[in-house]
Design a protein around this ligand. Sequence first.
Ligand SMILES: Nc1ncnc2c1ncn2[C@@H]1O[C@H](COP(=O)(O)OP(=O)(O)OP(=O)(O)O)[C@@H](O)[C@H]1O
Ligand SMILES: [Mg+2]
Length: 386
Amino acid sequence: MEVSRIFRDEAVLDINYIPRILLHRGGEMRFLRRVFSYLLTAPGEMSQRVIITGGVGVGKTALAQRFGLDIEEEAKRLGRAVRYLHLNCREARGSLFFLLRKAVRTLKPEFPERGYSIEDLLEALLTLLDERGLHLLLCLDDVEPLIEAEPDALYLLTRVQEERLERPRRLSLIVIAKSLEAFRPLDQSTLSTLQRNIISLSPYTRGQLLDIIKSRATMAFREDAITDEALELISELAAEEGGDARYAIDLLWRAGKYAEAEGSRRVLPRHVRGASTTLYRGLRAEELQSLSLHEKLLLIAIARCFRESAKAYASTGEVEEAYRLVCEEFGEKPRGHTQLWKYLRRLRSLEVVSISLEATRGRTHRIALRVPAGALEGEVKRLIER
Ligand SMILES: Nc1ncnc2c1ncn2[C@@H]1O[C@H](COP(=O)(O)OP(=O)(O)OP(=O)(O)O)[C@@H](O)[C@H]1O
Ligand SMILES: [Mg+2]
């Protein structure tokens, strides 16, 4: 394999990479440490909940994960049995059942897949924690779909302790959402137990973004492979994108790829500009990655409906037809109508498409694409081929 002239360690720019130090989030980190300090001293005696909110790419996930891994590590050193578990509610499709099963099976991989209810799973989780004398710090990331699908889920999780009056505390929660709005459907008492500790992350400024990508670039790029001007341009563009650090890091990676493809030795501002035109808001690689194969095929089909036409909407019939063609191309058996509807709703929840009723024809639905078709098709195809 050819050695890159640009990158030293691309993995540092991967979406799943957790930075060792979160720049400009020191205050929030200290707040978490204060709230959860009992995990280091007497984890059986308390249980706390924290909400983290903030817009896209402001470091909610990174903050929780860094904190969780650090406290787990430190607790271990001090001989306290604390476990951090990070679960994404969107990936679990908003199902408390999936989330609990994941939690139980993480602690006990041989736990059977089937034959359990939510109550059984919760019980099994607490029993496991009891048996091992463990305190679980559970992070529910992207909690919106969970609250939407199961408004009682958080109630259940915040209440489990109360029913175990004299027993040790086993479960603490970090809940992440884009905004506090998400918690509105909750009942008053769940709301008040949750809302005691709120961390609200504001968008990064241009200067903060510059610090973040600089430190990432030092690890990811070869020495002198990226210019200061390029870094500044990236931070500028990401600040305009709402202070989104993920956008900044994506752009950093793409600019590197762009320069590499050109055979350049250094990343220059023009590579950043070139890369920025292939990066769109609402088209997030990690969300696309979480789609099933057929959801991806459907997305390609939708993109094709719009790629060569100027129209704003496609009918479900058109989309289905395009989907069958795409399936043929990929040698896949097309899924049925009902299944396609499920896929469409998922795509809508990712804000890639919107679905509305056509006014004139009563019950027919029409579908609009919210991101550029060409870029979308390219991106999804690349994911499938990978
Ligand atoms: N303070 C920081 N220092 C270093 N890297 C950061 C910082 N904040 C965020 N990042 C990086 O930026 C990217 C986006 O952060 P993160 O995924 O935590 O955002 P988020 O708020 O969870 O976004 P979303 O709402 O889309 O889930 C990640 O790669 C993360 O590692
Ligand atoms: Mg996140």
